[in-house]
Design a protein around this ligand. Sequence first.
Ligand code: FES
Ligand code: FES
Length: 161
Amino acid sequence: MEHEVDTTLTVNGATVRRRIAARQHLVDFLREELGLTGSHIGCEHGVCGACTVRVDGEIVRGCLMFAAQADGCTVDTVEGLSDSRELEELQSAFVLTNALQCGFCTPGVLMAAQALLRDEANPSRERIREYLSGNYCRCTGYQAIVDAIDLVAKARAARAK
Ligand code: FES
Ligand code: FES
């Protein structure tokens, strides 16, 4: 029988207590146990960024972390940040610039973009590209994604003046 671990974590503001299979990855737990399917599973090797979630304020690869390792942690997913409207400005910009096609990469890209804009005021387009280099998009060619993030960065910088 697979080893299970009593785990308590906060997911999108709600306390979750579960016995979790020790080897279940965080993104699988969020999707399969909690129905939070906004975080996607692509490569499962930490390369593509589709599984990006926030743990204690920092973005992580949900496919590289065991769910049980999140014991005592605060986990935020794209659903939580959408509901709190933290992503609203970025989401609107993505629609405006057509920064998504199939949308598979989009939750991870939004999570990464929000982390960048939270930590760095008005990053250059080069910096946006560099920061997003761990988020693969097979559809857009990245130009429109960078346009969207740049739009939000400039708008926030203008408001901060
Ligand atoms: S599924 Fe986690 S980085 Fe690709
Ligand atoms: S929009 Fe399809 S992978 Fe990015």
